[in-house]
Design a protein around this ligand. Structure first.
Ligand code: WQD
Length: 339
């Protein structure tokens, strides 16, 4: 079955393309290359042994999407990653986020809406804000978003739910990711941040390789065991496999409509624990300092993944050590083989 993978040359998208092929699907990649690198297509070719079909287009361009629907009529499912996703940038430029993240989704839903498709949506744990109860379950109250980016994820879930309620032919599963990190075991694909990394793990690996002088730990006076923030870090390959599990669930006769799942390990790790895990996994000593808290950070969040295990029949398998080792292998590869 052909699966449209929007944002398929991005970090999570490219890893999902690999797992789709491993599961016998036929991925069709769509990407506008605004936050990804065309060379990732060559990297995927090295892993897969063939070059997946690729369409360069912006999903906000209705004419381009209409042409895609004609060019790719036998799509059986869509995995929608394509979106702007930098929290800080969304605060500076909210209209870019509302325009890009909503128009792309609405065009897909409208222009493919005549087909009974299985649709997997890339959502985020940011919809929970700082949960009142941990681990956080899927029926926890969605709180006021901490950023326009988080708001686009909350509203996109509502758009999907309302579309289904209005009788859409689609089945929809929203996957609420926790913190995706690491890289494919081949070290041929991984996270490729533009400029100075916003996220912790790419900043760690760039410090380890010497591209950054040191890491700043954003606060160590939180109400957590070691004072630093806690997150649920999940290996990007485990996350990619969750998308395959979502397609499989929607292909079963008893799935109808809309559902949402937490995609994490169910385990929280602090910033200082991640730094320590990296040093243990790689033998590389990291230079870090404690700095002020970062605006918008929640203190601690990790997922209850019972529903994903019992209903999605998916569970994360890779541990923090593997996440750190694979992220380091990718950083070393990309340093020696710039794309
Ligand atoms: C993790 C922890 C920082 C950098 C983001 C997005 C979220 C989702 C996942 C898309 C925090 C600390 C970080 C640094 C640090 N992405 N940190 N020094 O903010 O939990 O989530 O990625 O859906 O939407 O917001 O991830 O990696 O930025 O931060 O101390 O140089 O590491 O304070 O506690 P975050 P992150």
């Amino acid at each position: 079955m052909k699966i449209l993978v929007t944002g398929g040359l991005g970090f999570i998208g490219s890893h999902t393309v690999v797992e789709l092929v491993n599961a016998g699907y036929d991925p069709v990649i769509v990407d506008d290359l605004s936050n990804s690198n065309i060379k990732i297509l060559d990297q995927l070719t090295k892993i897969l042994g063939f070059t997946p079909v690729f369409h360069e287009l912006n999903l906000c361009d209705e004419t381009a999407v209409s042409k895609l629907v004609q060019d790719e009529p036998d799509i059986g499912g869509i995995i929608h990653f394509a979106a702007s996703k930098a929290v800080g940038e969304s605060v500076q430029n909210p209209l870019k986020y509302y325009y890009n993240n909503f128009y792309s989704l609405i065009n897909l839903l409208r222009l493919y809406g005549h087909k009974p498709l299985n649709f997997v949506f890339s959502s985020s744990c940011t919809v929970y804000g700082q949960p009142d109860v941990l681990p956080v379950t899927e029926d926890a109250p969605v709180k006021a978003a901490e950023s326009p980016y988080g708001n686009t994820k909350q509203i996109a879930e509502e758009i999907l739910r309302d579309t289904i309620a209005a009788g859409s032919k689609f089945n929809v599963i929203a996957l609420r990711y926790f913190n995706p990190v690491g890289a494919h075991e081949s070290a041929l694909i991984g996270e490729l941040p533009n400029g100075v990394p916003q996220n912790l793990v790419p900043f760690i690996t760039q410090t380890a390789i010497g591209k950054r002088e040191k890491i700043t730990v954003f606060g160590d006076t939180y109400n957590t065991p070691d004072g630093s923030c806690i997150r649920d870090y999940i290996h990007v390959v485990d996350l990619a496999k969750a998308h395959v599990a979502a397609l499989k669930l929607m292909e079963t006769a008893d799935f109808k409509g809309y559902d949402v799942f937490n995609i994490g390990t169910g385990k929280g790790s602090s910033v200082l624990e991640v730094i320590n895990a990296f040093e243990q996994a790689t033998g590389v000593k990291l230079n870090y300092q404690i700095g002020p808290k970062r605006d918008g950070d929640v203190e601690q969040v990790w997922g209850d993944v019972t529903k994903s295990s019992e209903k999605l029949h998916w569970k994360a398998e890779l541990d923090l050590n593997t996440m750190m080792a694979s992220a380091w292998a990718w950083e070393q590869y990309i340093a020696a083989n710039p794309l």
